[in-house]
Design a protein around this ligand. Structure first.
Ligand SMILES: C[S@@+](CC[C@H](N)C(=O)[O-])C[C@H]1O[C@@H](n2cnc3c(N)ncnc32)[C@H](O)[C@@H]1O
Length: 220
């Protein structure tokens, strides 16, 4: 029988620093520390779906959070939470936990996110079915996406973008970063206008953060 991964097992002590714990299995400091290891393991298993070998840098995460409008009262939906780099930055920027929903497809990342942010609602599911994962009639202000749209199967990426058109009202904001530095979003199609674009060099690899506004379009 395979012996359990000490980082996944439920222990009374953090397996890294041996600090005594009530719950969960790893203390909060080392949940953060082990993020790159888990990320790399997930990337090895599913490179196209994870889309990066390393979690976003603090600089990239801070830029995504700084570009996220926080003044509304509706939900802020983070897509592709991974190990929580952007979740952490959104909370540090002042977003209330009650307004945040994190959608993540990978069960290992979902477990990690729920341990790291116990009071944030983390939804396990596919962003291509976003509307079905959210409460009916929920008011949504912002979608913050770090989904690897360029490395996902084309049909899946198109289905995800279609969900954004469906859930975001006119005036709503969409944040997306991309490792394609030169080309702002040929994948987005109609219904969105680019409002801001910033290059972040301090990331592996460097990335472009883009903020779009959802436009009012007939039929949507
Ligand atoms: C580039 S990683 C970003 C992770 C993290 N937000 C960060 O910036 O470090 C992309 C994430 O999207 C998740 N993902 C990919 N396809 C997805 C889908 N269809 N629905 C939900 N999550 C998805 C992956 O599991 C991965 O966690």
């Amino acid at each position: 029988m395979r012996s359990p991964d000490p980082l996944e097992a439920s222990l009374a002590f953090c397996p890294i620093c041996a600090k005594a714990l009530n719950a969960p299995a790893v203390c909060r400091t080392h949940l953060t520390t082990r993020s790159p290891r888990l990320f790399l393991r997930e990337w090895i298993n599913r490179p196209g779906r994870v889309g990066a070998v390393w979690p976003s840098s603090k600089r990239l995460a801070q830029c995504m959070a700084a570009q996220t409008p926080m003044s509304g009262t509706g939900l802020v939906i983070e897509l592709g939470g991974g190990t929580g780099a952007i979740t952490q930055a959104l909370l540090a920027q002042g977003l209330s936990r009650e307004r945040l929903r994190v959608v993540e497809r990978s069960p290992a990342f979902v477990r990690h996110l729920r341990q790291r942010f116990p009071s944030v609602q983390v939804i396990q599911g596919d962003a291509a079915r976003l509307a079905a994962l959210l409460p009916e009639q929920a008011a949504i202000d912002v979608v913050v996406s770090s989904l690897p749209l360029r490395s996902l199967p084309r049909a899946e990426a198109l289905a995800i973008v279609e969900q954004w058109r469906r859930v975001l009202p006119a005036g709503g904001a969409l944040l997306q970063f991309s490792y394609a530095l030169q080309a702002p979003a040929d994948w987005l199609g109609a219904g969105f206008a680019l409002r801001d674009s910033q290059l972040i060099w301090r990331n592996l690899p460097p990335a472009r953060v883009m903020r779009f506004e959802r436009l009012a379009t007939p039929g949507h």
